[in-house]
Design a protein around this ligand. Structure first.
Ligand SMILES: [Zn+2]
Length: 94
């Protein structure tokens, strides 16, 4: 099974980091944050069996975590400053 370990880390860390933020956490915003963060983080593909996935991720966390968290926090700030869900509402009203 080929997976992007960094993507798994973002999926795990984004909800945790979001708890500390008083911003919109709707599906649109969280998906946007995920997309922006992942576009800015180099993928780290690993070939792993399903059961080994979290062991691999945990072993990657100490050195990778800081860079990834910086990108996640940047994405949270970007999206919460310009949430797309609002644009959608505006279009509906127009
Ligand atoms: Zn939202």
């Amino acid at each position: 099974m080929l997976i992007n370990a960094n993507e798994e880390i973002v999926k795990l860390r984004l909800p945790e980091l979001l708890k500390e933020y008083d911003c919109c956490k709707c599906e649109t915003c969280v998906s946007d944050m995920m997309a922006i963060a992942l576009n800015n983080i180099k993928p780290a593909y690993v070939n792993t069996e399903e059961g080994m996935l979290f062991k691999r991720i945990n072993s990657m966390l100490p050195q990778k975590n800081t860079d990834i968290e910086i990108e996640i926090l940047r994405a949270i700030n970007l999206v919460s400053g310009h949430p797309k869900h609002e644009e959608r509402f505006e279009k509906k009203e127009a």
